[in-house]
Design a protein. Structure first.
Length: 318
């Protein structure tokens, strides 16, 4: 059994990306960490300052592999690391026991990120750094929040926006204007009677009370694509030309109303196209066009009034 067969036996593929997308994402992660480390090394004022926090590697994976995730947006990236770094310094300063300080730092950072709506998983690792990294980091005190954490995060944010937009071709970050515009478009139109809408997905996620690392808008696009692919698989590539009626009965603009009604009634047609002398379509006649000209408030003597309408008026022509 070779390595490829072993890889295929893995039950879950966490990222369903093309080989090109995977390669570009790997290069992006490598480049960002390299630039952040070089800049931090050049700007640090003291050799005691570390050049980069280990949790930045996890942030690079989230930002460049799943940039559409709510966890990868700018505020979770900034707030998650900075708030967690501050909590880690506080726990290390006031709690002597390392085990207790570690647990308090991790739990408190997660709670703070949830309350501040900046949940970013690598932030919990940042909170543990002042507690577990030793005296070199602990001696920095609150300066650890600005250097290296603040500098690392700022560089990663700037580079992630540039690379995601202009190299990887992703819409990053998700702006409030684009989200509000999508909501306005979705709420300003009537919901379809069939199929799945973004509102349906949002309501379903709220009912489940679980977090899914994808926006309801992207999930709606995926499900709509699944429906289209399923239709193509079962029905093939069908166009309107394949199912349209090629033998279409038409009437001219001067055709008597009674004759048009006779054609529609006999051939059970709901509509007839109206053409001019050049056989260009200039309008359409439907069942509703016949009935809207009759007073249907009272059903009494309906047949008589309908016959009177469709019959030709004597001595009157157009």
């Amino acid at each position: 059994m070779n390595i490829n067969s072993l890889i295929r036996r893995i039950p879950i593929d966490p990222v369903n990306l093309s080989l090109k997308a995977k390669g570009l994402s790997v290069l992006a992660c490598t480049l960002v960490i390299l630039i952040a480390a070089l800049c931090s090394q050049a700007l640090r004022l003291d050799m005691a300052y570390p050049i980069i926090v280990a949790s930045m590697g996890a942030s690079a994976v989230i930002v460049f592999i799943i940039p559409s995730s709510p966890l990868a947006q700018p505020w979770p990236l900034l707030g998650g690391h900075l708030v967690s770094a501050l909590i880690g310094v506080l726990c290390n300063s006031f709690i002597v026991d390392t085990v207790l300080a570690s647990s308090c730092a991790a739990g408190s950072s997660v709670l703070a990120m949830l309350l501040l709506r900046c949940l970013h998983p690598p932030g919990a690792a940042t909170a543990l750094a002042p507690v577990l990294a030793g005296d070199a980091v602990a001696s920095l005190g609150y300066g650890f929040v600005l250097m290296p954490v603040g500098l690392n995060v700022a560089l990663m944010l700037v580079l992630s926006i540039a690379i995601n937009r202009w190299v990887l071709g992703y819409q990053y970050p998700l702006t409030r204007q684009s989200i509000d515009a999508d909501k306005a478009r979705s709420t300003g139109v009537e919901l379809p009677l069939t199929g799945i809408s973004e509102q349906d997905l949002g309501q379903a996620l709220e009912n489940q009370d679980v977090f899914i690392d994808i926006t309801s808008r992207d999930l709606a696009r995926i499900l709509n694509g699944v429906q289209r692919n399923s239709f193509k698989r079962y029905r093939g590539h069908i166009t309107c030309a394949d199912i349209m009626d090629k033998d279409v009965r038409a009437v001219e603009f001067g055709t008597e109303v009674e004759e048009a009604w006779r054609i529609m009634y006999r051939e059970k047609r709901k509509a007839l196209p109206v053409i001019d002398k050049s056989r260009r379509v200039i309008g359409i006649v439907t069942w509703n066009d016949f009935f809207k000209c009759i007073n249907l408030d009272a059903y009494e003597n309906f047949q008589g009034r309908f016959r009177a309408f469709i019959r030709r008026t004597p001595d009157v022509s157009t």
